[in-house]
Design a binder for this molecule. Sequence first.
Ligand code: WQD
Length: 339
Amino acid sequence: MTWMITGGAGYIGAHVVRAMTGAGERAVVYDDLSTGLAERVPDGVPLVVGSTLDAELLDRTLLGHDVTGVVHLAAKKQVGESAARPLHYYRENVEGLRVLLDAVTAAGVPSLVFSSSAAVYGMPDVELVTEETPCAPMSPYGETKLAGEWLVRATGRATGLSTACLRYFNVAGAAAPQLADVGVFNLVPMVFERLTRGAPPRVFGDDYPTPDGTCVRDYIHVSDLAEAHVAAARALAAAAGRDLTLNIGRGEGVSVREMIDRIGAVTGHRRAPDVTARRPGDPARVVASADRAAAALGWKARHDVHDMITSAWAGWLRLHPEAAAPGPGDSSPGALTAP
Ligand code: WQD
C-alpha cells in the first residue's frame, strides 16, 4: 500500500515514515514545512510541500501517487499558543482536516489514521484514563483534536472510511539523533535547555495530590508511538469500516521530579530543581490505560523512560555540543557521559 503521511517531515511524522517504510509500506510525505524539516524525509520517499488547506494539491497528490491510505499528523500542537491564537488552531487543525477528509473520500481512499492527543481528556480525575473517560479539553489545542475526532468518525460512518484516532500521551525520545525533537516545548527538552546553560530545571508546582506533589504523566517513546501507527494502518487495511479510538501510552505514571532526577543521572548535569508556581491548566495526573490498543492492535510499548531520555539527550548533544561540558552548577561534573 501507499500511505500519504501528512506532517511526515515533523518530529513524530518522520518516525512514522521510517516505521512504515521499514515495515514494507510505501510512503509519500505531505508537509508544508512550517515546522517540518525536508532533511528528515528519507531518500526514496517523495516529499510534496503543501498545506492540508490546499484541496487541489491534495487531489493531485492522492491520485498522482496512487495513495491507498492516509496518516494525518500535520497540525499545530502548542497548548499555550493555541490559547493566544485559537482561530489559527481551528483553521489549521479542524478546517485543514475537513479539507483533507473531503479529498480522501472523493479519491476513494479507504483508510485514515488520525493523530489525536491525551489533551482531549483535559483534567481526568481517574487513576488510569480509558477511552471511555469523558473528554473535556482544557485548551483550544485539545478542542481542535476532539473536534477532529468527531469529523473523522462522522466521515467514517457516512462514507465507510476506515478510521483510527490515536490519542498520544507524552511523547519523548528519538530513533536516531538527527530525528530528535528540535522544539523546546515539553518537559524533557525544557530541562535539557536549563541544564545546558547552567540553570536549575523548573518544577511547575509541587503541591499536587500525587505521591511527591509533582504532576504525573505517561511518557511514551516516539519509536513505540510510530509502531502503533503501523499497527493501526494495517488493522484498517485488513478490514473495511473500522472505527478505532485508542490511547497510545504505557500505563506507567512518572512524576516531574522523577523525570528530572533521571535526566540528571543520564546527562550528568545534576542540579536541584527550582519549584515555581503551578502552570495554569496542568492536570495532576494523566496516565493511560493501554489495554484497548493492546487488544485491538496487538501493540505494546517496548521502550522505557531511560531509553527516552538517553535517545533525546543524544539528539540534544548533536545540536548543542556545548551541553557535553560540565555546567557551572553541576554537583558531580565528573559524571558526564554522552550516550
Ligand atoms: C509535562 C509535565 C508540566 C516543563 C502537553 C500537551 C499535550 C501533549 C504533550 C501535544 C507538566 C511539567 C514541564 C518544565 C515542569 N501535546 N513541567 N517543568 O503539559 O503534560 O502535555 O504536551 O500533543 O497535549 O498538553 O507536557 O511536557 O509540557 O509537561 O514542571 O520545565 O512537566 O507542568 O506537569 P503536558 P509537558
